[in-house]
Structures are given as C-alpha cells and as structure tokens.
Write a protein that binds this ligand. Structure first.
Ligand SMILES: *Cc1c(COP(=O)(O)O)cnc(C)c1O
Length: 355
C-alpha cells in the first residue's frame, strides 16, 4: 500500500495520501478528521450519490444541502453564499462543506475556499468523479483549495482498485487522524502511544475509536497499475466528450459544460432534456435501452430518498437539482469504447431527438 500512496502523492501533489477500502470510508474518515461530531452541521450537494451526505450522519452531525447551478450541475456558489449569510444570522453555520465534482467537472473551488475562510468552515472535496481533473495548473487532489480531497477507486470510476478510496490532505492532523481511524484507532508508533499504557516490544495502543477501513495490498497493487494509465484514460474520455459535444451541438439538449480554466475528467456525460420533455424521460430512457445503449440516470436528489424524507426533507426543497434530475440521462462514456461504439451512441441520440 505505501507504494500506491506515494504514487498518489507524487501524481496529485498533496502532502499525504491515505488509502481506505472505499470512498465512503474515506469520506467518513475525512469528516472525522476535520472534527465533525455530534450536533455539528455539514452541507453538501443534493446532486450526488448518497455517500456524500451519509458520511456526516455517521459522525452524529446533521446534514443540509446547497442547491446546484443549472449549467455546471455542481453546488452553486451563489446559493452557498446566500445560505451562509442566512445561517450566520441564525447562528448555525456548517462545520464542514462537501462540494461534489459532478461528472468530473471541478466545483469553483477558489470561490468556495474563500467563503470557507470568511465563514470558518472546513472543506472536503468529494472528487470521486474527478481523478485527473484540474483547475488551471492545480490538479484536483492537491488540496490547494480544501482541507481534504476524497477519490473513489470503485470499478465504475476513472481509476479502480476493485474497491477503494483515498483521503488526500496537506494537514498533518487530518492525516494522523485518518491513519488511526482506518485501523481501529490502534497505533504501534512510539510517539503516538499513551504513557498510561505499558510500552513493550509487542505493544499496540488503541488511542481512539476506529474502524477496519484499510485498503489491502492486493487492491493497492491494482491501483498502482491503473494510475500509470490515468493520462491515457483521461485523453480518451475527453476525446469522446468532444465528439459528443460536436455531434449534439445543434440539438435542444443541455450538455456538460467546461468553463474556461476548468478541466473535467469526464467521468460522466449527462445530457439534459428540455423542460417540455421531462414527462417523456422514461420513454426516452427505455428507447435507448431497447436499442442496446446502456444509459443511466445520475442522480436522484439525495434529499428525496425515503430515508432523507423521514429526516424532514421534501420534494421542492432544492428545485434546481430536482429539475436537473427530471431531465437527466447519462450517455455511455468509457475509454474502452471504440469509435464505432461512439458513433452508434450518436446515431441513436440523433434518431431519438428527431422524434
Ligand atoms: C462512487 C461515489 C462515492 C462512493 O464511492 P465508493 O468507493 O463506492 O464508496 C461517493 N461519492 C460519489 C460522488 C460517488 O460517485
């Protein structure tokens, strides 16, 4: 595992890389690492996988969401600033915010990091989709604009270890905390041991509560091999995205955007149907599937999941994310697709749109 962690540090330019057995564990560990606990508050994007929010609940904190920007589909910085202002007046600011780089497009991290300094919250990037993305010269994962960044190495993600995740950080306190947290809170490191317990050659001290969240060496070896191919994977993903962009430019579809200075890793290529067609999304989804195109939908807004409805959220709470969801269809995009595969997707999209 140390070999893979060193490779991650070198590749993304963070001071520490701590591998765990999933990004979900990594988010849990990072939340704990920034001190999130009972009664604290965490905000994230409703347009994400449930793990982006659940990690706060694991720590005993409360969750709330910040609506998205309709074009980037990422957490809206304007909505975040307004919600922070309201929260400041009400005396309940979030302890941490988790921006999610949806589809591989980084959130506006310089702006979010500025707000973090103004309002005093910690920032954990959920970069599960954004291995290989960047803002200007700053690769996602160097934590220039955050306290910690989490990558997922699940099989559907850009780089895989079969299952796995990592916490990248420059903060030695977060790194130390995550290292203990992923391994039962147990240390054999002499300078972390507690003077109240005996220090024998066989000693190990449990100094906090932790979990069995370690990544195995076998999984890390897979990751090392995959990481060497990252540039190749991203180049092909970007190539397919550019081909889709050009092929769909004249259609009445919302396409992924890439604001100047931002470089997406194109984990996903979600298209948005125009509002009048929201009612036909199911029919259009079925039409793709019946022609053998494995489309998908990302994401059902987290706050509309039954568990979150039980927590008091409701449809209508985050209308931009809900409208985005109502028209969303994710097209296939994978580096293993041939040009013929890509052209077939294009033909089917164009034929469906013609009807
Ligand atoms: C995949 C994913 C996760 C969880 O990743 P695992 O490695 O499967 O735990 C978390 N957040 C987002 C945005 C994801 O896409």
């Amino acid at each position: 595992m140390p070999g893979f962690e060193d490779a991650l540090k070198t590749r993304f330019g963070a001071g520490y890389a701590l591998c765990l057995n999933s990004a979900t564990s990594a988010l849990h560990a990072a939340c704990h690492g920034v001190g999130l606990g009972d009664g604290d508050l965490l905000w994230t994007s409703p347009n994400s996988f449930v793990a982006s929010a659940n990690c706060a609940l694991y720590c005993g904190a409360d969750v709330d969401f910040v609506d998205i920007d309709p074009l980037s589909r990422n957490m809206s910085v304007t909505a975040l600033e307004q919600k922070l202002e309201t929260a400041r007046k009400a005396g309940r600011l979030p302890k941490a915010v988790i921006p999610v780089h949806f589809g591989g497009l980084p959130c506006d991290m310089p702006a979010i990091w500025n707000l973090a300094r103004t309002y005093g919250f910690r920032v954990i990037e959920d970069a599960s989709h954004a291995v290989g993305a960047s803002i200007g010269a700053e690769p996602t994962g160097n934590c220039k604009f955050s306290d910690a960044t989490v990558f997922s190495f699940h099989p559907v993600k850009i780089v895989t270890t079969a299952e796995g995740g990592v916490v990248m950080t420059n903060d030695p306190d977060i790194a130390r905390n995550v290292e203990l947290f992923r391994s039962h809170g147990v240390t054999r490191n002499a300078d972390r041991m507690d003077p109240r317990a005996p220090q024998e050659p066989w000693s190990y001290h449990q100094v906090q509560l932790g979990y069995n969240y370690r990544m195995s060496d076998l999984h890390a070896a897979l990751g090392s091999a995959q990481l060497q191919r990252l540039d190749e994977f991203i180049a092909r993903r970007r190539d397919i995205a550019r081909t889709y962009d050009a092929a769909f430019r004249d259609l009445a579809l919302g396409l992924p955007v890439e604001p100047s200075g931002f470089r997406s890793s194109y984990h996903l290529y979600p298209i948005s149907l125009p509002k009048p067609d929201f009612g036909r999304r199911r029919e259009i989804f079925d039409a793709f599937r019946s022609q053998g195109i494995l489309v998908n939908v990302h994401y059902i807004p987290i706050h509309t999941q039954p568990y979150y409805l039980d927590l008091g959220f409701d449809w209508g709470d985050f209308p931009v994310a809900e409208d985005y969801y109502r028209g969303a269809i994710t097209l296939p995009l994978h580096p293993s697709m041939s040009d013929a595969d890509v052209n077939r997707v294009i033909d089917v999209v164009r034929s469906i749109c013609a009807n």
